[in-house]
Design a binder for this molecule. Sequence first.
Ligand SMILES: [Zn+2]
Length: 361
Amino acid sequence: MNLIFDAHLDLSMNALEWNRDLRQTVSEIRASELELPAHMKGQAAGVVSLPEMRRGGIGLCVATQIGGCMKPRSFVANWQSPSQAWAMTQGQLAWYREMEEQGEMVQINDLESLETHLQRWQDPTAAAERNEPVGYILSLEGADSIVTLDYLDRAWQYGLRAIGPSHYGVGRYAMGHDVHGGLPSHGRDLIRKIDELGMILDMTHLNDQCFWEALEMFQGSIWASHQNCRGIVNDPRQYSDDQIKALIDRDSVLGVALDVWMVVPGFVRYQSHPAEMQITLENIADHIDHVCQLAGNANHSGIGSDLDGGFGTEQCPCDIDTIADMQNLETILARRGYSEADLQAIFHGNFLRVLRQAWKK
Ligand SMILES: [Zn+2]
């Protein structure tokens, strides 16, 4: 079993907004939601928990804090003021800390903690049996909760190592992919501050104009944590081949997302069914392959599943019952001619390269 680095999981959101005890098994969590009145998409259909991550060799991930106050208000966590959004993210941080207390997770925030953790997970099967903690790199999805720029210094202190300036709609610092407009001047200040601190800039969710503006002014390490290809599903949420090539030129990595509306054309949320459309991990491999073909190698594609990021099995490939099933990508990619070295690069090596680059002394 290969180690999987998952570059995008909203773990604390699931714990605190969906009331999921992620120490339970996936089936226990589903069972606990059966009795509730139906009120959320993905209810009783989640696929992520810490035991399942271990079982699937997902020993390391990027885990988010998420809280915005974008306009217009959207279905994602959305507050009236930056202060409320900040408070939300601090609650999420407290949950990660509690998981550390319980020995379930461990924060990875520098080269030393990264290499120590990789030693622990060198043999993922054995690590899972030993119940090793799942490592997490803390990232902020949408920067609205950064009340003023000096809050970012505090965030660095508590371990924040990556940040995506926008989410949906009009963000305080950058525009989401569903609206037009460039970076406002304080958004440019934020990008400079991210650079200064040595945080990783997450390009996912930026609209095209902000993408190009941010790319031009930012010098440091970048990634697109959960990002699929416009060449396969034509939507502003996805990246064009030119954007993908620009990321490749910066030695960056795109994490393939498993939310199926971003995977195959014609999937209509709340209407289509992955099984009826026969959407499987083969379709996920198409996005990985698209990036690899543009690069001419396997050095810029990774996994950023976004599983349980506001959806459940109703919007997952139909051969995903839990997050552990992502391991089946190995057979699919091998059948397509990917070598063992390519597989390791895609499963974890490429994102590790970006981290080591960002954190080198
Ligand atoms: Zn997202």
